[in-house]
Design a protein around this ligand. Structure first.
Ligand SMILES: N[C@@H](CCC(=O)N[C@@H](CS)C(=O)NCC(=O)O)C(=O)O
Length: 204
């Protein structure tokens, strides 16, 4: 498999999951501005949507959209327990979290990256985000991970997008359970290894 990624983006979550699962894969860096790959390819030929993450299977098929990629990977090795079995109530709970992270937190943070957006508009998104984080905080006050059963692909995704708050001076210390969660997930060997693997690219 090949994971098309860009540093400091949502592709970090399938990267964490690939390492958690110990599956063989190759990382291919994408330049999101030029839509080219580090090996000189046209990224739009891989993913016409023009964004990471994209997962290319060994037979050439390409899967996009983070929540779909995460679940596909987890199901390759169900014994690792990164996603409950399809059909189980907890699987639907996982999908509920993935949808919430995608549409409320990932998409909620995205406007803050937009240099053209005025500060007053960004303040609206910050307020909305704070309300969404309150929901996460309540859950993490009760349990260590988003699912009661333990670490799942949803945690890899949430950890990734909440990591962007450092770019916007959003202090996660306002949500103590989230801050503790970030330290907990950040201490996983898979996270450190994925960070290290992407670090040389960041320095480039
Ligand atoms: N709906 C997509 C969104 C992916 C996405 O937002 N990718 C960003 C990085 S986090 C990107 O590559 N943006 C570049 C662009 O849109 O040109 C998903 O959930 O996978």
């Amino acid at each position: 498999m090949k994971l098309y990624y860009a540093p400091d983006t949502c592709s970090f979550s399938p990267h964490i999951v690939l390492r958690e699962l110990g599956l063989p894969y190759t990382l291919v860096r994408v330049d999101n501005r030029t839509k080219t790959t580090a090996d000189g390819g046209d990224f739009l030929a891989i993913n016409p949507k023009g964004y990471v993450a994209a997962l290319q299977l060994d037979d050439g098929r390409v899967l996009t959209e983070g929540p779909a990629i995460l679940q596909y990977l987890a199901d390759l090795k169900p014994e690792a327990g990164l996603a409950p079995a399809n059909g189980a109530w907890e699987r639907v709970r996982l999908q509920e979290w993935l949808a919430f992270i995608s549409s409320e937190i990932h998409a909620g943070l995205s406007p803050l990256f937009n240099a053209a957006l005025p500060e007053e508009a960004k303040a609206v998104f910050r307020d909305k985000l704070a309300r969404r984080l309150a929901v996460v905080e309540t859950t993490l006050q009760r349990q260590d991970h988003l699912l009661e059963g333990g670490f799942s692909v949803a945690d890899a995704y949430l950890f990734t997008v909440l990591g962007w708050t450092r770019f916007f001076a959003i202090d996660l210390g306002h949500w103590p359970a989230i801050a503790a969660y970030m330290r907990r997930i950040g201490a996983r060997p898979s996270v450190a290894a994925a960070l290290a693997a992407e670090a040389p690219a960041q320095a480039a």
